[in-house]
Structure formats: C-alpha cells, structure tokens
Design a protein around this ligand. Sequence first.
Ligand code: DC
Length: 214
Amino acid sequence: MCGAARAEPVATAPFTVAIDGPAAAGKGTISRAVAGRFGFAHLDTGLLYRAVGAQVLSGVAAVEAARSLDPAALEDPALRTAEVAQAASKVAVIADVRAALLDFQRAFARRAGGAVLDGRDIGTVICPQAEVKLFVTASAEVRAGRRLAELQGRGTDTDFETVLADVRARDARDSDRAEAPLRPAETAFVLDTSEMSVEAAVEAAVAQVAAARA
Ligand code: DC
C-alpha cells in the first residue's frame, strides 16, 4: 500500500425521474435514453406486473407471485408477449399485488446515483416526491401502429385492428381501476409524442431532466 491519500468514492445523491403513460407511448425508449444520458439506473416497472401476470398464466396465485417475485425473472423475453401484457394489466388492478411491489420500486427510486422508473403510477403513488415527472402519451392509433411494428419485428403474426383493440382494452383497464389509476401527476410535464420523432421526444425529456439538475 503506498502512502498517497486516496479519495473515498462520493455517493451521488438520489435523484428520481418518474415517467408514466399509457401502453406503447414510448416510455421505454425515452426512459432508457434518459438513464443512459445521465448515468442513472432504469427500472421498467411494467416488467414487475408482467412477471406476476406470467406466473398467473402458469397457475400461481397473483398475490403469492407478487410477494415472491425474483428480480432475475424480469430478464425473461417471454414477458414481452401481448398475452402476458393483458395478464399484467389484470393483476395490476389487485391492491395486494400493487402493495407487494411497492417497497422494491421505492428502494430502486432512491438508490444512490439516480434512477429512472417508468410505469403508470410512478409520479402519483410510487414516487410523488420525484425530482422530475413526465407523462408520455400519444393517440391510441399511433401507439397501436408502433406496437404493431415492434411485434411484427419480433416475428409475431398480428394486424393493426387486433393491436389497436388490445391497446384500448389496456388503456381502459389501467385508467378506470380504483387502485393507482393511470393519470398524469399534477406537476408532470406532459409529452405527447404522436407527432414527434423518437429523437425529438428523447431530447424534450432530457431537457426536462437537465433543467431540474441545473
Ligand atoms: O408498461 P407495460 O405495458 O409493460 O405494463 C404492463 C401492465 O402493467 C400495464 O397494462 C399496467 C401494469 N402496470 C401498472 O399497473 N403500473 C405500473 N407502474 C406499470 C405497469
């Protein structure tokens, strides 16, 4: 060991970016880009509900699945199917499922070094004190078109009408439920990406975070 003084690594203070919005609005792309730009960790909270939904499809009770959720399960590409998305939206109406997932999300949000969480209730319920809150939205038709391209890119055989009906069904369930319904937080910056390029949407989100960091 040499005698030179060594600086202890300084833990960066927590900084939370909450990104909410309906299915296929571009939250994931924007969240990953913001996290990459600022060196923050990213949690796609929809994967938590998808992991619970997938367990339910294989016969496990929803609340039990949520209480015993293994974060490693979030990596499973099978969580990306339309069937699992619908199952996720159904388990997400159960108060005890949401309660079981709360601590994990809050701890992630306040980790040192900053975090971006995307979902439906991050700015309203999980992190009402988030330093930045964004609500990313787009028309149902635009979102269905984007989701169709994504599903077809993965080799799924589907069509626009099916995907649009799916998007609308999830919008209705996510918005009309009693527990943590989808809605913008009062102080959220609303970003309607219907007519925006991905690059423009990312830059608008980055600008909001940069302004809050300044
Ligand atoms: O973001 P996603 O499409 O992967 O989410 C799947 C479902 O999970 C969505 O339809 C509703 C639910 N969800 C939720 O209720 N709250 C969140 N924070 C994230 C997702």
